[in-house]
Design a protein around this ligand. Structure first.
Ligand code: 5GP
Length: 183
């Protein structure tokens, strides 16, 4: 779905598909160099990270394994509750594996901090983080994020995997919704 298909629903386009893909290719290049000679397992956080994972993984000129976790942290509101629940766990044993968590967006970082301590307890060989988008509050996070994509303002955005009430995930760009959509 393109922005032009739902023009009335959007108040601002932050990044186009081309801008997002260019940034992900840059991150993929860094990741490829850093993991040269090592097996890499990318762990995507459902459902938002589906698009990021697909584009990041296809930018590599090397093999990579992918697994998924589903965790809930948002409920029905638009800010993290800090209460995280595993809805789907990994199918892979990550003990002694080089693991890269792939996130769509980091806002408060509460979800990610929880995920990092959960996965660290499984004793991976290494554990790093990659996110396509980052909001200003993420700067206060205790957990360092090695691969950071594009910056967004402190607004609720949709597109490129990110939803509002399960819609807009298939929008190619990342945009702020027009106020009438919420009311
Ligand atoms: P955090 O725990 O960092 O505050 O929130 C992380 C999760 O909240 C993300 O993985 C994403 O699912 C969701 N999230 C954060 N900001 C937004 C946003 O602007 N739009 C949407 N659709 N989801 C968001």
């Amino acid at each position: 779905m393109d922005a032009s298909d739902i023009e009335k629903d959007l108040s601002k386009i932050h990044y186009t598909e081309d801008q997002i893909l260019a940034k992900l290719r840059e991150l993929a290049g860094r990741i490829e160099r850093d993991y040269e000679g090592k097996d890499l397992l990318m762990v995507g956080v459902l459902r938002g990270a589906v698009m990021v994972m697909a584009d990041l993984a296809r930018s590599f000129g090397r093999h990579v394994e992918m697994d998924w976790m589903a965790i809930s942290s948002y409920g029905s509101g638009t800010k993290s509750s800090g209460v995280v629940r595993i809805q789907k766990d990994l199918d892979t044993d990550i003990t002694n594996r080089h693991v890269l968590i792939v996130e769509d967006i980091i806002d408060t970082g509460l979800t990610l901090s929880w995920l990092v301590s959960n996965l660290e307890s499984r004793k991976p060989a290494s554990l790093e983080l990659c996110t396509a988008f980052v909001k200003p509050d993420a700067a206060k996070m205790a957990v360092p994020v090695k691969y950071v994509g594009l910056e967004l303002p402190d607004e609720f955005v949709v597109g490129y995997g990110l939803d509002y009430a399960e819609k807009y995930r298939n929008l190619r760009c990342v945009a702020t919704l027009a106020p009438h959509v919420y009311s």
